[in-house]
Design a protein around this ligand. Structure first.
Ligand code: F0G
Length: 358
């Protein structure tokens, strides 16, 4: 046990227990989530005109921020005696639910829009042995159906972010950001889909301030993809479309949480195009060495856009990279491909290297 405690991350429940709903020790389902790196981004800082840091949530056990909320939701479901869980998902929630359900010994159903989730996420669900229900509809329909299934089937825990335990777990990332910087940042930029995460960060920063650990809380800067931007447009999108499949959502369940976060913090919610998102994903990977999935680059895309328009927030800014780039290999392979092989001779290799850009 002593060795395990040293080599296995404590996970967000043990680390932040006093800030979370009550969970008995024996119910804790953890994979050592949290404690993700806050990476300085010197080259992008110059582009966006702020001191930019990247909170790389792709370093969680299932490679997205969802693990923080899922450890709390799943542990609470165990404590409540549930034997199965269900969620709707654009992919990452499904991957996290599948892994944490396996950990907890619980059956798991995930409902996803057919053919619309990234390959890596689908593979994760299959690997963990969850039941995947592909529906001929989008995420918003899947969430409606999952809510109904949880209500009517009894003993089935709904582990989407409409479950407040998910928000509680996710807010721990705000604590880590404050601890790493020694104070809250001046602004936090992040992608917004179903709007649970912006709601959770704002709750975390507020609680940190209200506990007297800081005088201020950051401005919350949320970014949606243009084709899936109901919070910017002020109305639901019936057919949301974006290359950033994780945030292809037309009717965000935590709409109010997002609008409160933006209103109370003096922040904003704006949209970025798919081109801007993919350009930001490339810059992150090529100039900073950090590979995130397309949706995760929306925060940086937004900061670049603000800087180009002379509206850079300034100060110290954290952008949350919500999921790992390996989740969505097709997003990269659609733009670049492996070159043809060359013969295994020095001449051929040298020719190939000389032809490459410096
Ligand atoms: N980034 C990634 C990589 C996501 O997977 C999600 C949401 C978001 C950002 C947006 O977070 O919904 O809290 O505003 N993914 C959910 C899912 C919807 O099913 O995996 P949000």
């Amino acid at each position: 046990m002593g060795v395990q405690a040293q080599t296995f991350g404590r996970g967000v429940i043990r680390k932040y227990r006093g800030w979370l709903p009550e969970i008995p020790d024996e119910a804790i389902a953890t994979l050592g989530e949290g404690d993700t790196p806050l990476i300085p981004a010197p080259r992008l800082s110059e582009r966006v005109g702020t001191d930019l840091h990247l909170k790389f949530e792709g370093m969680n056990p299932t490679a997205s921020f969802k693990d923080r909320g899922m450890t709390v939701a799943m542990s609470r479901a165990v404590a409540a005696g549930n034997r199965a869980c269900i969620c709707a998902s654009t992919g990452n929630t499904a991957a996290a639910a599948s892994a944490y359900a396996a950990r907890a010994g619980m059956a798991c159903f995930v409902m996803v829009p057919a053919g619309k989730i990234a390959l890596g996420k689908a593979v994760q669900v299959l690997a963990h042995g969850a039941e995947i229900v592909q529906i001929e509809g989008n995420f918003d329909a899947a969430l409606r159906l999952s809510r109904r299934a949880a209500e009517q089937m009894g003993d089935v825990a709904l582990v989407n972010s409409v479950n407040p335990d998910r928000i509680e777990g996710q807010k721990t990332s705000a604590f880590e950001v404050c601890e790493a910087l020694g104070r809250p940042p001046d602004a936090l930029a992040l992608p917004v889909g179903n709007a649970g995460n912006i709601t959770a960060y704002w709750k975390g920063f507020r609680e940190w301030r209200d506990a007297g650990l800081a005088d201020e809380a950051p401005r919350m800067l949320g970014f949606q993809a243009v084709g899936a931007s109901p919070l910017v447009a002020g109305h639901d999108f019936e057919n949301p479309e974006t290359v950033a499949s994780a945030i292809r959502i037309g009717s965000p369940a935590s709409r109010e949480g997002a609008l409160n976060a933006v209103g109370e913090s003096g922040g904003l919610i704006e949209s970025v195009t798919d081109e801007e998102i993919l350009a930001a994903q490339d810059l992150l990977a090529r100039e900073e060495g950090v590979f995130c999935e397309p949706a995760s680059a929306a925060g940086v895309a937004g900061l670049i856009k603000l800087a180009l328009e002379g509206r850079s927030p300034g100060g110290t800014v954290v952008s949350v990279l919500t999921g790992h780039g390996l989740k969505d290999p097709a997003a990269v392979l659609d733009r670049v491909e492996l070159p043809e092989p060359v013969p295994a001779t020095f001449e051929a290799v040298a020719r190939r290297m000389e032809a490459a850009p410096p």
